[in-house]
Design a protein around this ligand. Structure first.
Ligand SMILES: Nc1ncnc2c1ncn2[C@@H]1O[C@H](COP(=O)(O)OP(=O)(O)OP(=O)(O)O)[C@@H](O)[C@H]1O
Ligand SMILES: [Mg+2]
Length: 331
């Protein structure tokens, strides 16, 4: 299994970031109290700590066919953190469970314009998008229960695997004026997840810090490899996020260690702790960032979002300077 994972990683994740690069510090020499105070300030005073907006719009699929690993929680909280800190973000709820829509507090009763109508071609993406109450810069295309039948309906449709890609057209996204699109996938590798992988260049994989964490990953990675070879050459795993870390168990450390060994720099240094506040927030139609901004959960998602934004900005700068030096060589 390990070999399969390593091999698949080297295929799909290669070249995203250089090995051993330090992108984001973890507090350096600060005392724990000072570090916590600084983190709280970052949540509460976003104007002082804006994150870089990406040079180009980023479309990210959040996928893991394993259920309950933190896909939705990570999608909505990363999206909220990015939106709170200067970016404009669209969450596409591609899961018939509609959990992301619930967590963002958007209406997703049956009949509401949703991703279902977008996929079957009745509405454009911007027609189905709703602005979230708590942030003008956070938008959501909700999923209603109608999406439950979509996987079967799509089978007989033309371009069944690229309908989301068509919907995420430059024109529609320009109208929404978003910097990031995060697609929350259902816990399966069916046609909906396939649509998400065809629509996005980046995949973010949340991995829960528990015993079976790596189980099923080789299948996920080989599917990503297949989509990359046949349908979407730009698809790659850009980010792995460790979730629900419980510092009281040795197991969580072992899993963290093992995942970092396999995936190296693809893994964000920020780890999301298990936190009651994180699990309570969706019940109030909120992300943890607004539900309890001072909590460890909120701070960790803010840190993860910052790292996610910063490492892309660093990679972008590196590409630009390489291009500039190549031009210089020829000039
Ligand atoms: N950091 C955390 N601390 C505590 N609870 C968490 C944390 N992250 C997620 N949870 C809880 O774990 C459960 C699963 O999380 P989530 O719904 O985000 O997973 P998922 O991968 O989207 O699930 P599914 O596969 O069903 O779509 C939820 O009840 C959520 O509130
Ligand atoms: Mg989910």
């Amino acid at each position: 299994m390990r070999e399969a994972v390593s091999e698949a990683v080297s295929t799909v994740g290669a070249g995203v970031l250089g090995a051993g690069e330090v992108i984001y510090g973890d507090g350096g020499g600060m005392t724990p109290i000072a570090e916590e105070a600084a983190r709280a300030a970052r949540v509460l005073h976003p104007e002082d700590h804006r994150m870089p907006r990406p040079a180009r719009r980023r479309v990210i699929t959040v996928a893991n066919q394993k259920g309950g690993v933190g896909k939705t929680t990570s999608t909505v909280n990363l999206a909220a953190a990015l939106a709170l800190h200067g970016a404009r973000v669209l969450v596409v709820d591609l899961d018939p469970q509609g959990n992301a829509s619930t967590a963002l507090g958007v209406d997703h009763r049956s009949g509401v314009p949703s991703i279902y109508e977008v996929l079957i071609g009745e509405l454009t993406l911007d027609q189905a998008a709703q602005v979230c109450d708590r942030s003008q810069d956070l938008l959501c295309v909700p999923a209603t229960i109608d999406l439950a039948g979509a996987e079967i309906e799509l089978v007989s449709m033309m371009n069944r695997e690229s309908r989301l890609r068509q919907a995420l057209s430059t024109e529609a996204l320009d109208r929404l004026d978003v910097d990031y699109v995060l697609v929350d996938c259902p816990p399966s590798l069916g046609l909906l997840t396939l649509n998400a992988m065809v629509a996005a260049p980046e995949v973010l994989i949340p991995i829960q810090c528990e015993y079976y964490a790596l189980e099923g990953l080789s299948q996920l990675l080989s599917n990503i490899g297949l989509v990359q070879s046949h349908l979407n050459p730009s698809l790659h795993v850009s980010t792995i996020l460790l979730t629900m870390y419980d510092g009281r168990t040795k197991l969580a450390d072992q899993v963290t260690h093992e995942v970092r060994n396999h995936f190296g720099d693809l893994v964000l240094r920020t780890v999301i702790p298990r936190s009651v506040k994180v699990s309570e927030a969706p019940g109030f139609g909120q992300t943890v960032l607004t539900y309890d901004p001072g909590s460890r959960g909120a701070m960790s998602y803010l840190d993860a979002a910052r790292e996610f934004a910063m490492r892309a900005a660093v990679a972008e700068r590196r590409t630009e300077s390489a291009a500039a030096s190549t031009t210089g060589d020829h000039g």
